[in-house]
Design a protein around this ligand. Structure first.
Ligand SMILES: [Zn+2]
Length: 179
């Protein structure tokens, strides 16, 4: 990757040998590796057995999970928050694991719609929940820094599975809790 970043720096008309840029290809490669570390993680590894039996059948909500991802169309960041809720059916997941599942998928090349669905489906598979709701609100640098330059637009996506899809009251409870 270092080599490729050096070529990109040349291609934009800069000198990769000049002092300030000399170590940039290596730093950029390391940064990119970090930003895409989700490819080197698996659900099993992230969950790491943190599933616990529970009689709880009330909604579990983790809101305002910080989210940093890269759009797969421009390789530019999109940054925002994820709100994740589920209704347990015999098993609950350690709370930090919800955030780690979000992070695992966010640290890949993504589109926001797909990221939202992947988080919801994984949580459902892992916990066997009666329902899962995921909402992501994010600002996209590819819209803010280039193209239409819409500085303040926030993109909102949602994925509702099981009870969150079939039951209006459940969905409303989720939406009012994150408001
Ligand atoms: Zn983009």
């Amino acid at each position: 990757m270092n080599e490729h970043y050096a070529r990109i720096i040349e291609a934009i008309g800069e000198d990769p040998q000049r002092h300030g840029l000399r170590d940039t290809p290596e730093r950029a490669a390391k940064a990119m590796e970090y930003l895409t570390r989700g490819y080197r993680q698996s659900v099993e590894e992230v969950v790491n057995g943190a599933l616990f039996p529970s009689d709880c059948s009330e909604m579990v909500l983790v809101k305002d999970i910080e989210l940093y991802s890269l759009c797969e169309h421009h390789l530019l960041p999109f940054i925002g928050k994820a709100h994740v809720a589920y209704i347990p059916d015999g098993k609950v997941l350690g709370l930090s694991k919800v955030a780690r599942i979000v992070d695992m998928y966010a640290r890949r090349l993504q589109i926001q719609e797909q990221l939202t669905v992947q988080i919801a489906e994984t949580l459902r598979q892992v916990t066997g929940a009666a329902g899962v709701g995921v909402i992501i609100e994010a600002k996209h640098m590819c819209m803010m820094m280039r193209g239409v330059e819409k500085q303040n637009s926030v993109m909102k996506t949602s994925a509702m599975l099981g009870a969150f899809r079939s039951n209006q009251a459940t969905r409303n409870e989720f939406l009012s809790l994150i408001r």
